[in-house]
Design a protein around this ligand. Sequence first.
Ligand SMILES: [Zn+2]
Length: 197
Amino acid sequence: MTQLALTFDDGPDPVWTPRVLERLAAADVHATFFVLGERVQREPAQLEAILAAGHSVGLHGDRHLDHSTADDDVLRRDTDVALSVLARHGVTPSTWRLPWGRRGPITDALAEQHRLHVVPWDLDTHDWRGDGWADQPADTAHRVARGGIVLLHDAVGPGATRAGCVNTLELVDAIISTARDAGVRIGPVDEPRGFHG
Ligand SMILES: [Zn+2]
């Protein structure tokens, strides 16, 4: 069966994560949240809410570092810090969404060391710049119907050019209903192309 995964990067956020969780709960959908350690430390209750709702949690980073430009030692430390923050919540992630989607010279070694699967995306909604459903390319409904991994954000992250995440909420509703109309199963992603329901 064709499967689709909704993924949310850059959170958790005290305002927007709860709203995303509400939408997912209303639709009875589980998703994957690629969180930042520094944000988890500021908003531990939001991570707990994500976990309590049964969603999958993956690593994004501690800070939002670009692997293609950051020093190796800085990246090693950033990854260690983020993983220890998550460990304090009982989370040992198996998936990793790289900040900006960029690899660097030590990315693969770090992923292997920490048994993390780097998770790309198939469909970029550009929600970070405020795009809603009407702003998506004309073939988006067809792409949703083909399944894959959708990139969304439950926070205003680095480089974002929007004030809030209202458009992400709209996208969540539209993508879920489009996928359901097409008979696509929606669930979290645990490995690059492995889904569970
Ligand atoms: Zn990000």
